[in-house]
Design a protein around this ligand. Structure first.
Ligand SMILES: [Zn+2]
Length: 352
């Protein structure tokens, strides 16, 4: 069936249109993916107008699934379409996107598209799901190679995989998917607002107006930009010019950012023991940032693999354990979350 996945990022809305089906081993598959980019610069109304226009070009869609920043009033599928339930509505307290506060994503899309087979979720859920499926073939092949005849079936292997996905954008979030089921709790995680230990050498105040020292306040992309600016640098230059990464002031900014994201990695590891921690967006593409994050993680875990607590095999190869997000379309800046949202559309339609 034809499905649409929508990922609402800071600057753009990524859409993935694909065919969804299950293979003979019951693993979901997305084929013939096409990606569309819609700008997100014209406020909520403008963005919805452009998104609806792009989706209306595809008349055969069976389901639409949207991954957005939060917090949302409700993402409980049982409340979908019920008046006043708050399903797919952004909460009014929001720390970084004022012009979308309180807006009803589900109601707006359902009304404009005249359909109710639409689901709303948080960005890190669809991204974590997308990563697990996108990496499935290579990871499963590796598992079979390592375990030989004792290898699990594809279905068993998929169910046992848990990935954490960290999104570092204007906000900061982390979501967990066990197999293809996101960990939701009563609402959805707001991992970015976990309280963190303030690094003594960090001179910048937390920029979260709710918490004096939370991860989002100290290590969102906004915070990183302020950190760079204080050192006389701009984010785009630092990300596009590898030579600038050799400057001590730039290295310090990356190190400080990694000192906080390393704390998030520890918290995700101790709470959920994922098989991988995937970092999205600009910082996930920076090898310097990934290097420092692994190094802080290693240090926080005790400084030697023998002392790691908890300890499990995936942790022994930090290059694999903490990695940048998969590139789904070389050359285009598309988020894996769009792919994960399309997958989620197929799964939601099957479950409905
Ligand atoms: Zn906070």
């Amino acid at each position: 069936m034809a499905v649409a996945g929508v990922y609402i990022g800071d600057a753009a809305i990524n859409i993935c249109i694909a065919d969804y089906a299950r293979d003979p081993d019951a693993i979901p598959r997305l084929t013939k993916p096409q990606f569309i980019n819609v700008p997100r610069s014209r406020g909520f109304k403008g963005a919805m107008h452009d998104l609806v226009e792009a989706l209306e070009l595809h008349s055969n869609l069976q389901a639409i699934y949207v991954g957005t920043f939060g917090p949302l009033v409700s993402i409980d599928p049982k409340k979908r379409g019920k008046d006043g339930s708050g399903y797919g509505q952004l909460q009014r307290i929001n720390t970084h996107t004022q012009d979308w506060q309180g807006e009803h994503l589900y109601d707006t899309l359902a009304r404009k598209l005249k359909r109710d087979d639409i689901w709303i979720d948080v960005d890190v859920h669809v991204a974590a799901r997308g990563e697990i499926l996108h990496q499935f073939d290579s990871e499963y092949a590796r598992h079979c190679e390592n375990t030989g005849e004792a290898a699990l079936s594809p279905r068993e292997y998929l169910a046992g995989q848990a990935y954490a996905f960290i999104e570092i954008s204007n906000g900061l979030g982390c979501g967990i998917s066990q197999g293809l089921s996101p960990w939701r709790g009563r609402l959805h995680p707001e991992f970015g607002h976990s309280i963190c230990r303030h690094a003594a050498e960090d001179k910048l105040p937390s920029d979260c107006h709710l918490h004096p020292s939370c991860l989002e306040g100290r290590a969102s992309l906004r915070a990183f930009k302020s950190r760079l600016k204080a050192a006389g640098h701009e984010l785009s230059q630092v990300l596009n010019d590898p030579k600038s990464n050799e400057l001590e002031a730039v290295k310090d900014a990356f190190r400080m950012q990694a000192a906080y994201i390393g704390q998030l990695c520890i918290n995700a590891t101790t709470a959920y023991s994922p098989a991988k921690i995937v970092i999205g967006d600009d910082l996930g593409r920076s090898s310097l940032f990934l290097h420092y994050t692994r190094s802080f993680f290693h240090q926080y875990m005790g400084g030697s693999r023998e002392r790691y607590f908890p300890s499990y095999p995936d942790l022994m190869d930090l290059q694999r354990y903490i990695a940048g997000a998969s590139q789904i379309h070389p050359g285009k800046r598309l988020h894996i979350g769009a792919f994960g949202a399309a997958l989620s559309a197929g799964l939601a339609k099957e479950a409905a």
